[in-house]
Design a protein around this ligand. Structure first.
Ligand SMILES: [Zn+2]
Length: 485
């Protein structure tokens, strides 16, 4: 079963074959860090993280780069408004981004920053000037679009169309109105870096070309971003890179559609807070992941209170099924001393098999669900149908949990199927951070001390508090034992 990806370049679904077998190099344009990230920005974050997860699930070693634009016009403007230097402002919002991203399950990402790659950016531009693909004009450097006949390949626009389609301001410094800036001359008082063309800072597009080349190489496998980046940003990136190296920047270009917000409906429970940070104070990150992944990435999402409630309810249903399964497994394994669990490899082999003669029907259903999940994900990352496969697994699990004499093997097969799918979808809840084992042990010791000093009121309080947190206590001959409900 091969993975197919809709490639913006060809406007068709193509079979995915990486440049180097077993390895994937992926670059996704990251945020301009002048503010907290908006719910809309969470879509590329969650979706491309899911792509990264699925590629890893499929056995690829993935190198995943998401840049931080930590100097640009917006940052400079905000820095002036607030009287905070650009680097300080940027670090504040980089930290905030990383916190949000971690909550949303984003992992294994390399995050280069523009300001830490200035040498590479300047030498990239110098290379273009040397090749005649760029020119200096009054301290600015522009890309010469005429020198790159393939300009328009990503967005499928041609230069004449562009001329008629949009109003282009006349800029006497440019040879052609389509030429775009690579290096901007610093205005008085602005943050600046030295270059052969005088002090200034890079234009927006050049950073991605330079950082993709530095961190991943001249041609990468997948380049992603939101639909708004198709033109001009990705068009310009592709032109700059290919003009310099003579090789295409990326083989597969992927673009996610927008997540739109219905402002008036959102205000009901969330106020006007449309940042991810604010949203995650009210909602579980898994609920937001559910909302994003239950629509195919090439369809728009209309986000409102209802969609968030549906996300909560959907994630809750999957979690209830999974937690009941885990609970049943715990009880059963505790009653069997010396029991050794099946290895992950053995369980995966059962799930991968087509034939299940003589095995429990639930094993068949779990295996069918996993194979369905993979088939849907292989079809251009069809996450909504992959979630449906996870619900099929939950249905099979709920049915099996009604059996009085459950088999440990069947329970393990079901659990493994859940964990495999969730390694990609990330919809199962994690244990509360407050439920740390050390904290629980401390409370148990405190309760024992309270009982010794005959403070039964305090002892009962602690027992109730632990019960609320889902911790069950058992008095055994060896002392107090505890477990999660
Ligand atoms: Zn970019």
């Amino acid at each position: 079963m091969t993975l197919s990806i809709y490639n913006t370049l060809s406007r068709t679904k193509e079979e995915f074959h990486p440049i180097e077998p077993g390895k994937v190099k992926m670059y996704v344009c990251g945020p301009t860090v002048y503010d907290y990230i908006h719910i809309g920005n969470s879509r590329p974050l969650v979706f491309f993280d899911t792509v990264r997860r699925y590629l890893e699930y499929a056995g690829y070693e993935v190198q995943y780069v998401v840049n931080f634009t930590d100097v640009d016009d917006k940052l400079i403007r905000r820095s002036e408004e607030r009287g905070i230097p650009v680097p300080e402002l940027a670090s504040t919002f980089i930290e905030a981004y990383l916190e949000d991203a971690k909550k949303l399950g984003d992992e294994n990402v390399i995050h280069p920053r523009v300001t830490e790659n200035m040498d590479e950016i300047v030498s990239f531009i110098a290379g273009l000037v040397e090749k005649g693909a760029a020119y200096e004009s009054g301290g600015d450097v522009f890309f010469r679009t005429k020198a790159f006949p393939k300009y328009g390949q990503i967005s499928h626009k041609n230069l004449e169309e562009l001329q008629h389609g949009i109003r282009i301001e006349v800029d006497e410094r440019k040879e052609s109105p389509h030429d775009f800036v690579l290096w901007k001359k610093a205005k008085p008082g602005e943050i600046r870096w030295p270059s052969p063309w005088g002090d200034g800072r890079p234009g927006w597009h050049i950073e991605c070309s330079a950082m993709a080349a530095k961190y991943l190489g001249e041609t990468i496998d997948i380049h992603g971003g939101g639909e708004d980046l198709e033109f001009p940003h990705h068009e310009c990136e592709a032109a700059q890179s290919e003009a310099l190296t003579g090789k295409p920047l990326a083989r597969y270009w992927m673009h996610n559609r927008y997540l739109n917000i219905k402002g008036e409906k959102m205000s009901k429970s969330l106020g006007n807070s449309l940042t991810v940070q604010a949203l995650l104070k009210h909602a579980k990150p898994q609920a937001l992941r559910f909302v994003i992944l239950s629509t195919h990435y090439r369809n728009p999402i209309n986000f409102n209170d209802d969609s968030l409630q549906q996300g909560e309810a959907g994630a809750e249903r999957l979690n209830n099924s999974f937690l009941s399964l885990v609970h049943r497994l715990q009880i059963l394994t505790e009653s069997k001393s010396g029991w050794v669990p099946e290895s992950e490899e053995a369980l995966d082999a059962i799930l991968a098999r087509n034939e299940h003669d003589g095995e429990d029907e639930s094993v068949q259903e779990a295996s069918r669900a996993v194979r369905e999940f993979e088939a849907r994900m292989n079809d251009d990352f069809n996450t909504p149908d992959a979630i449906t496969a996870m619900f099929d697994l939950a249905t099979a699990t709920n049915k099996y949990l009604l059996v009085e004499q459950a088999s440990l093997t069947v329970l393990q097969v079901l659990e493994r199927a859940f964990l495999r799918m969730d390694s990609v979808l990330g919809l199962l809840f994690e244990q509360e951070a407050t439920d740390d084992d050390a904290g629980i042990e401390r409370l148990i010791v405190e309760r024992q001390e309270a009982r010794r000093s005959r403070d039964f009121k305090r002892a009962d309080e602690i027992r109730d508090e632990l019960a609320v947190r889902g911790i069950l206590l058992e008095d055994t001959a060896q002392g107090i034992r505890w477990r999660r409900k």
